[in-house]
Design a protein around this ligand. Structure first.
Ligand code: SAM
Length: 417
């Protein structure tokens, strides 16, 4: 099975910077780079033509197809490692997501009625076509059928016709799918994400500069530069063993760290633990100063769940029922499986940053760390969280162990062998 990285560049639309980042990714992932410059069909909007790109690829290939207006970060992990070739991998486009507004939901309703196809849940079953990973020949049929609608429908006729119809067909035929996290197809909207534009670096693996308003910012972003938040990911990954690491993250929020860890190490097993409820003292929750509403908390769990769905067999979400129970009870887990003693290569603490809480977390989690493994955490030495520094130093002194400080305000203590 050969790997191909495929894009379509009609009328020399593509910026050379995008091409550079695609070629670099193809080299790292062991894939052949393929740029289609002649339209696969005539007289149709290029969105419909994307559905025929598979015709440029022979049988027995796994294809990573990407729009020509995207940037792939220089360390983006291989999607070929994350998607089994029996499945199609795409990134969900969520109607609640501020980047997309409600247009996906309208598009789902409209096209399901118009074509008498089973109705889609726009929240979970609508996908963006900017990034797709599929295999030949098994997935050709669905793309050909979706394309056949383009003869009758102008792309602009109703919203996202092309990708909504593809999503409807995938749903109708129960095609096995992998929902890749947003990391692999993040719309770049500088007016909403002002800080991104100012830093010129990338916090996600792949940015999508869709539309002329966003495209003009392409020149400002460097695909070779990492966002500072990556320091935390890197500090953890460098301390993990080379095979099948077991990690627990305490304080997960929307799963931003979790999805990055799971994507960058495809052999990693992760226990994700959070209270996922409005804390009694919301303004002290893990350093987030805003009081979170129930709706916002619901959104957090959805993000954490969906953003790690691609690694569903390697991660589990663990819930603390509420903070009152925290000191007395084992965490409630979906399958009630406790985390065993000496089982974790890393426990990463990123929940409440008070002295008492971190001290209690040491008592709870140090026994779970394997000899030679690490306990670590975030926000040490930050002016807002000096209690973390105090609790960490005290624990290290009691056990006569050194503290390793690393990038992005992280700390680690290694358990002796
Ligand atoms: C700073 S955020 C975590 C950020 C996340 N680690 C990341 O990098 O994206 C803190 C989280 O800790 C959670 N939390 C608060 N109290 C907790 C507790 N007792 N146990 C576990 N998690 C808790 C909050 O609900 C919140 O989602």
């Amino acid at each position: 099975m050969k790997k191909k990285l495929l894009t379509m560049n009609l009328g020399n639309f593509m910026a050379s910077k995008c091409r550079d980042s695609y070629r670099a990714a193809a080299d790292r992932w062991g894939a052949e780079y393929l740029e289609v410059t002649t339209p696969p069909a005539t007289g149709q909007h290029h969105y419909w033509q994307k559905l025929l790109l598979h015709r440029h690829v022979p049988d027995d290939c796994q294809v990573f197809q990407i729009d020509a207006d995207m940037l792939i970060r220089f360390d983006c992990p291989s999607p070929f490692d994350l998607v089994d070739r029996s499945k199609i991998g795409m990134v969900g486009s969520n109607p609640l997501d501020p980047d997309h507004g409600t247009s996906n939901a309208l598009s789902c309703n409209y096209w399901s009625k118009e074509l008498s196809l089973p109705r889609l849940d726009p929240m979970t079953q609508h996908f963006n076509s900017g990034v797709q990973i599929y295999s030949t020949p098994q997935h050709r049929k669905i793309f050909e059928e979706a394309h056949s609608y383009g003869k009758k429908i102008q792309w602009r006729e109703k919203l996202w016709a092309e990708e909504t119809i593809l999503s409807l067909l995938l749903h109708r035929d129960h095609v096995p799918m992998v929902r890749l996290p947003k990391l692999f197809n993040q719309w770049y909207c500088p007016h909403k994400w002002e800080e991104m534009t100012m830093r010129h670096s990338m916090s996600q693996f792949i940015y999508h500069f869709a539309g002329p308003n966003n495209r003009k910012f392409l020149s400002q972003v460097s695909w070779r530069r990492l966002d500072h938040q990556h320091g935390r990911v890197d500090a953890i990954l460098r301390r993990l063993p080379s095979l099948n690491p077991m990690v627990t993250e305490v304080g997960v929020w929307r799963g931003y760290l979790s999805s990055r860890l799971l994507a960058m190490r495809s052999d990693l097993r992760l226990s994700m633990l959070d209270i996922w409820e409005t804390p009694l003292d919301g303004n002290r929750s893990g350093g987030m100063r805003e009081q979170r509403t129930h709706q916002a908390v619901y959104w957090d769990t959805q993000e954490a769940w969906r953003g790690t769905e691609f690694a569903g067999d390697r991660r589990e979400l663990l819930y603390f029922q509420n903070r009152k129970n925290y000191r007395r009870k084992q965490p409630m887990t979906i399958d009630r499986k406790p985390i065993e003693r000496h089982s974790q290569d890393m426990v990463f603490l990123d929940s409440i940053h008070s002295f008492e809480h971190v001290t209690q977390e040491f008592a709870d989690w140090w026994p779970k760390v394997k000899p030679g493994g690490y306990i670590g955490g975030h926000d040490v030495d930050s002016p807002y969280h000096f209690h973390v520094t105090q609790a960490v130093s005290e624990f290290a002194r009691e056990h006569s162990l050194p503290v390793e400080f690393d990038r992005d305000s992280t700390w680690f203590i290694r358990k002796p062998l």
